[in-house]
Design a binder for this molecule. Structure first.
Ligand code: AMP
Ligand code: MG
Length: 347
């Protein structure tokens, strides 16, 4: 009797449950995002990641009227109920303003708008206009409270928050939770300059991540080797406009209300990932994002002092305006010689 081989094949396929690599590129949070997951059920994991990013954008966007951030920004000082995760992110952001001597401050929103960065309607505001807005930049104006199970936030009238310097890092923490929940061994996420290397590559080698040359963004100035780590780069080259031959970039120095006149072209912050679920709390991805923005504002000397002070377990790659690359000892970084930078590895 001739039997069909189909059930046998089907059984073998089911038993084998072969792992595969699933990749997905999406545009969200104003940037290109890419996920790569190696697993038997990689498609499901990637689908959950995409869904989570869309949820976060709906909460955190400053330009979407229905977001929680917009509700807070338009409440004119009134207490606003928000989710635990937005509350937790504001709490972390406020703490990082203190930790960075004010270099990172999400209440920069009215100034960022005056320069047209949020709305992409670029203009150069007058000094008088910036001076009028300056008192609104003050994270002490963010009040966070809890009432039973309800999380509440309020700002001072006229204040607004812009989470553009921290939200993608928080999103990478949320993606890490999905990697962990789904017991994935190998994958990565790239959220517009925010990298999460989950494990190593499928062949066991570390992920290799290029650091863009800030003077020529088509090229790399170096390569990082990462395993179970976050790496986040901030630089003025990422968003800018030109007027009358002057370039104005999107990272604002809260002390001046103008694009930071940094002696750095880019800052990359690297931290290890947590191996516990964060469940809406902020982790190392969030820290890397906020700190890369802050250290760019601070400049070379203060950034290295911050690193030396050891308050956070982080490593740095700095690209300076006078043509040097500096890396700290805990990071595996190889410069690209043709990029023309001199290279110092701090010991
Ligand atoms: P990043 O690309 O992470 O360095 O963040 C830059 C974005 O953060 C800008 O596009 C603004 O939305 C916001 N931002 C600009 N300056 C600051 C600052 N000093 N502190 C906090 N957020 C900022
Ligand atoms: Mg940032």
């Amino acid at each position: 009797m001739k039997r069909s081989l189909f059930p046998v094949f089907f059984l073998l396929l089911t038993l084998c449950g072969c792992a595969k690599t699933e990749q997905q590129t999406i545009f969200a949070m104003n940037t290109v995002m890419e996920f790569s997951v190696h697993d038997k059920a990689a498609e499901d994991t990637v689908a959950r990641m995409t869904q989570r990013i869309n949820e976060l954008e709906a909460l955190l966007s400053r330009t979407r009227e229905e977001s929680e951030v917009s509700a807070l920004n338009t409440a004119n000082g009134a207490e606003t109920p928000i989710s635990f995760e937005v509350w937790s992110l504001l709490d972390t952001a406020r703490a990082l303003t203190n930790a960075t001597d004010g270099a990172f401050d999400v209440t920069i929103a009215p100034i960022a708008s005056a320069w047209g960065f949020a709305e992409e309607a670029f203009r150069v505001p007058s000094r008088e206009e910036l001076n009028t807005l300056a008192p609104l930049v003050n994270s002490d104006g963010i009040t966070l409270a809890q009432n039973g199970g309800t999380y509440l936030a309020s700002l001072q009238p006229g204040q607004a928050v812009d989470l553009g310097g921290i939200a993608k890092g928080y999103a990478s923490d949320c993606i890490a939770d999905i990697f962990l929940e789904d017991s994935i061994k190998s994958g990565y996420a790239s959220l517009g300059g925010n990298i999460l290397a989950w494990g190593g590559k499928n062949d066991g080698s570390p992920w290799r991540v290029g650091v863009k040359d800030p003077s020529n963004t088509e090229a790399l100035c170096g390569v990082l080797e990462l395993r179970d780590a976050y790496a986040v780069t901030s630089g003025g080259y990422e968003r800018f406009f030109e007027e009358n031959g002057v370039t104005y970039h999107h990272i604002i120095d809260p002390a001046t209300g103008a694009p930071a006149e940094s002696d750095l072209l880019s800052v990359t912050v690297v931290m290890d990932r947590e191996d516990t679920l964060l469940e809406g709390r902020c982790g190392s991805g969030t820290l890397c994002d906020a700190l890369s923005t802050a250290l760019f504002v601070m400049g070379e000397d203060a950034a290295l002092d911050f690193w030396r002070s050891g308050g956070y377990d982080l490593d740095l790659v700095l690209v300076t305006a006078d043509g040097r690359i500096i890396s700290t000892p805990g990071v595996a970084f190889a410069p690209v010689e043709e990029s023309g930078y001199s290279y110092e590895a701090i010991s």
